[in-house]
Design a protein around this ligand. Structure first.
Ligand code: WTA
Length: 651
């Protein structure tokens, strides 16, 4: 592992500070810093107080049982997530309040009130039960951003069947691997999805995946695109969602789940080729996402909250579905792309629904910057009162652009650092309290103990090091599905007694955290985690490839872009056609998010004498830097030739 010190170095000199506007602070849920002190004094008591905001069938005996690195939260408590996200609200004035406002890519709108959501979730829970799904059995969901997606998730939560949502952009092979790892019994998919007017062939991918899976008994298919998809329904296996729902009974008793029962699995890229099934459980997860949604987004009854993520990623799980609904909020979800039909689509949606809180990714903001101010300017964005970002470090220029052009200089920005593994936001401003510095995620959320350490695990007061978490938190992952050893190894071995995030960070003199990006073999492409190993495996899977090394190089829009250095088998000629073919191969194996931006053919890869590929030098080449230390190379000529070749290509 090596810590890359990026040009972000300069950020420590950032001098702009934005105090919460008086108007915002006065109305904020959290108005002063006392919560930090209270939480630090007795974290367990702090979390316990929050847990009381939810409705439990049975109270916990103990807040935390901590046998490092295995945690149990709200031990002995019984609770149901679907009940807390829906039933709790339909008993109140929220019954007819919009729970989900759905915007279709084609411009249609659907509004589900809490009562609508209650009805649909209950019915679908009964559908699942009628197909024999029992508590603890896994359901894989491979859907586009349509209302059936949160409905299916909540129905799973209702009957205690952990869901595994697979992002609709993943390939048939990725879907297959995830189904097999979870040994899922049911697959829920759609005939197709819309993306920029094109059709994503979800059902066809599912059919392909199911050729090599044995656990799936039934496939439930949502009709989204109809005739255009041209799908086949396999007799005895495939069932239409709408037909199953027609006669489903309208009430399904929620399962009384143990606080530590599994709520879901979500796969994410790690440092090896095989994606990890991150396991989240019930009570602690809900407590964590409930309070972070409420405090970080200052979420009020009358807000219209929009998180632009896809529910296929953790951001959508925690901050489109579970967090907002647990708070009884109105959560908007949009099916399509930001530039469809035109580049002002997001702003059109903000204006149309009078969105008040808007949460998106830095890569999207940089893209909006490139498209120009005329697009947001076409629309009335005055309803917005708070902005958020997540997924990667935000560069100060993008922060300022967002602040000025989207927030009209009146909206605080919450830059939220967290991970699939953390389940909830961990480092973030509280918008009514924190003085913001563009580019800094500021401070750990109350009750969270984050630190920056050196190679030996020693805390660094100011300066750069590895970001670690020193105390368990309620929404933390509990394990890697089916692989507790990997859980220990991956997160708890680098620094004994601490959770290692895989990120580098700096702390400035005011104690603010500045995230520096991944320090492991995970890269962050447009806010999506991609493992370099996974892309390498996909490349060497191609019959003509002998060896591959994949790195992330800096990219203005995506944060990082994938560059692959490839050695071909003896006698194979390189060509641009072959490069295209290799890119297609990666897309087929993993999905479009992993497509290499560029492929460089090379006769040899730079290796140390012990045979380790020196990725650091490859990054130097791809980012146009002078080569770092090359003394450990077995043959320094290799890298010099490669550098020349790369530079020739550039000119
Ligand atoms: C990165 C997404 C800087 C980080 C919620 C982390 C960030 C990885 C930020 C997790 C941020 C996320 N500033 N970097 N505000 N938010 N990251 O699992 O490298 O898809 O480890 O979870 O994204 O990505 P994941």
């Amino acid at each position: 592992m090596e810590l890359q010190t990026k040009p972000i170095e300069a950020l420590l000199e950032e001098e702009r500070v934005f105090a919460p506007p008086k108007k915002f602070r006065e109305q904020a849920i959290i108005k002063d810093e006392s919560v930090y002190k209270k939480a630090a004094k007795n974290p367990e008591k702090f979390w316990e107080e929050i847990a009381k905001e939810l409705e439990w069938y049975k109270k916990w005996r103990k807040v935390l049982k901590w046998k490092p690195p295995f945690a149990e939260w709200f031990v002995g408590g019984k609770i149901n997530v679907s009940y807390n996200c829906i039933d709790r609200h339909v008993k109140t004035f929220r019954k007819n309040k919009a729970a989900i406002i759905w915007e279709g890519e084609l411009g249609e709108t659907q509004i589900l009130t809490y009562w609508d959501l209650y009805r649909e979730v209950n019915k679908f829970a009964n559908v699942l039960r009628s197909l024999g799904v029992k508590k603890g059995e896994r359901v894989t969901i491979y859907l586009p951003m349509i209302p059936e997606l949160p409905i299916a998730m909540l129905a799973c939560a209702r009957i205690g069947a952990p869901h595994s949502v697979v992002f609709g952009g993943f390939s048939a092979e990725s879907l297959r691997d995830r189904i097999n790892d979870a040994q899922a019994k049911i697959l829920i998919t759609a005939d197709g999805g819309y993306r920029r007017g094109n059709i994503v062939p979800l059902k066809k991918n599912a059919d392909e995946a199911l050729k090599e899976t044995r656990s799936i008994e039934k496939v439930i298919v949502v009709r989204r695109v109809g005739e255009k998809a041209q799908i086949e329904m396999k007799e005895g296996r495939d069932l239409w969602w709408h037909e199953l729902m027609k006669d489903a009974p309208s009430y399904a008793e929620p399962e009384k789940m143990d606080s530590e029962d599994m709520l879901y699995i979500l796969y994410t890229s790690g440092t090896t080729g095989k994606p990890k099934g991150i396991v989240h459980t019930t009570g602690g997860y809900l407590v964590g996402v409930h309070i972070t949604t409420k405090w970080v987004f200052d979420l009020k009854e009358e807000d219209t909250y929009w998180c632009t993520a896809d529910i296929g990623w953790v951001t959508g799980h925690s901050y489109i579905v579970y967090g907002p609904l647990s708070n009884g909020a109105t959560s908007l979800m949009y099916e399509g792309a930001p530039d469809y039909p035109d580049k002002d689509r997001f702003w059109e949606i903000v204006e149309k629904h009078k969105v008040t809180i808007f949460y998106t990714a830095p890569t999207a903001i940089r893209t909006f910057m490139k498209w120009g101010e005329e697009y947001p300017r076409k629309h009335d964005l005055s309803s917005l009162r708070l902005l958020g970002t997540v997924g990667e470090p935000i560069n100060p220029e993008a922060w300022m652009w967002y602040y000025e052009n989207i927030g009209g200089k009146r909206c605080p920005i919450v830059d939220t650092w967290w991970q699939t593994e953390t389940g909830m936001i961990m480092i973030t401003p509280l918008p009514g309290v924190t003085r913001l510095k563009p580019g800094s995620a500021t401070k750990p959320f109350p009750g969270i103990e984050a630190d920056i350490v050196d190679d030996n695990g020693k805390s660094i007061k100011t300066g750069a090091g590895y970001l670690v978490l020193k105390r368990p938190w309620p929404a933390m992952l509990r394990t890697i599905y089916g692989d507790p050893e990997r859980y220990v190894e991956q997160y708890w071995s680098r620094f004994p007694g601490m959770y290692f995030t895989g990120d580098g960070a700096k702390r400035d003199k005011d104690g603010y955290f500045w995230l520096l990006g991944r320090v492991d073999d995970v890269i962050n492409v447009a806010g999506h985690r991609v493992s370099t190993m996974e892309v390498e495996s996909a490349l060497v899977d191609h019959p003509l490839v002998a060896e591959a090394a994949v790195i992330g190089r800096k990219d203005e829009l995506k944060g990082q872009a994938i560059t692959a250095f490839v050695t071909l088998k003896e006698g194979v000629e390189s060509s641009s056609n072959l490069a295209d073919d290799l890119k297609r191969h990666v897309v087929k194996k993993i999905g479009a998010i992993a497509r290499p931006e560029e492929i460089i053919f090379t006769a040899e890869l730079p290796k140390t004498r012990s045979g380790k590929i020196m990725r650091r030098l490859l990054r130097d080449i791809a980012e146009g830097r002078a080569l770092g230390d090359t003394t450990t190379l077995s043959d320094p000529a290799v890298i010099r030739e490669l550098k020349e070749k790369y530079e020739e290509k550039e000119t």
